[in-house]
Design a protein. Sequence first.
Length: 365
Amino acid sequence: MELIESCGRERELRREAVRSMVAAGATDVELIGAFEDAWILEDPEWLAGMEGGRDGLGRALTADKEEGRVGGLELSVKWKGEALPASVARLTALRELTMRDCKSLKSVANLPASITQIGGYAFFRCDSLASITLPASVTQIGERAFQGCTSLASITLPASVTQIGERAFHGCTSLASITLPASVTQIGVNAFHGCTSLASITLPASVTQIGAHAFHGCTSLASITLPESVTQIDAHAFHGCTSLASITLPESVTQIGDQSFHGCTSLASITLPASVTQIGDQTFRDCTSLASITLPASVTQIGDQAFRDCASLASITIPASVTQIGGGAFSFCTSLASITIPESVTQIAEWRLFRLHLARVDHAP
C-alpha cells in the first residue's frame, strides 16, 4: 500500500513539475528531456536513423503535456533507417506516428499498445515498406494510411480494427492477400483501389457496406463471397476487376450501385438475389463474357447502359416487375437476338434498341 501511495505521489509531483515547465514556456524537448523518455534523445539507433540527429529528432517529437513524455513522432521524409528501433516499444505514451514518404523504411514492429489508430497518411508512399506488425490496440486504419506502399505484400489486421478508411491501401500493387478481422464493419471508399496483385480476400460477417471503388482495378481478384451482412454495394465497387469470374451476392443485398461490375470481362454469369430492386447505370457494362443473368422478380428498374457491350449475352428474361428500362440498356449486345418487354414497362428509350442488332423485339400482351 505504501509503495502504491509513493508511486502516486511521485506521479503527481511529476505532473506538477510538467505543468510548471509548460507555464514557463518549455519546449517539447525540454519537457521530455527531464522525464522518462529522455533516453530517446541520446539513443544511438534513433539518432543514426534521423536526419539531423538529435536536433532533427527533437523537432520531430511532441510531448504529452500531462506526463512530459513522447506523445507523437512526425518522422515524415526525415527518417532514413530501414526499420524503427525495437526500443519504440518503450514509448508507452506514444499516440501518433507519421512516417509519410520515408523511402528507406522496410519494416515496422514493436509499436506500443498506446497506439490505437494508424492515422491518415501515416505510411503514405513508403514504397519500400514490406512488412508491418500492428499492435492489438489498433481500432482504425486511417485515410490513405498505406496508400502507395508498393512493396507491401501482406498485412494482418488485429481483431480490434473496426474501420478501414478511404484509400487506406490504394495502390498497394504487391498486396496479394489480407485478412480482415470479424470486427470490421465498413470498407471505405477506394480502400483497395488498384491493388493489382490482390487475388483473394475474405470479408467477415460483420461487414455491411462495400464502399465506392473499394476494389476498383483489382485485376487479379478472381472470386469473392460477400457475407449475409452486406446490404449495399456502392458505385464502381468492382469496376475493372478483369479476373473476377464469380461472385456470390447474399440475399441481404438490396442495392447495386452504378458501374459496380463495369469491365469485369471474365464474369460469365451472376445470380442476383430476390432482394435487389434496381440495376444501376452501367452496372454490367463491358462484361464481355457475361452469357446469362437472372433478374429477380423484385427488380423494378434497369438503368442506362446497364448491359451495354455485353457481347456474349445471348438471352435475358425481364421480369414483370420492371417498369423502366434506361437508355441504351442493351446497346451493342451483339449476341442478343431477341428480347421480350413485359407490359409492366412504362418507360423505355426504344429507339436505342436498334443499336442492339436485335432481330426481334416482342412486347408481352
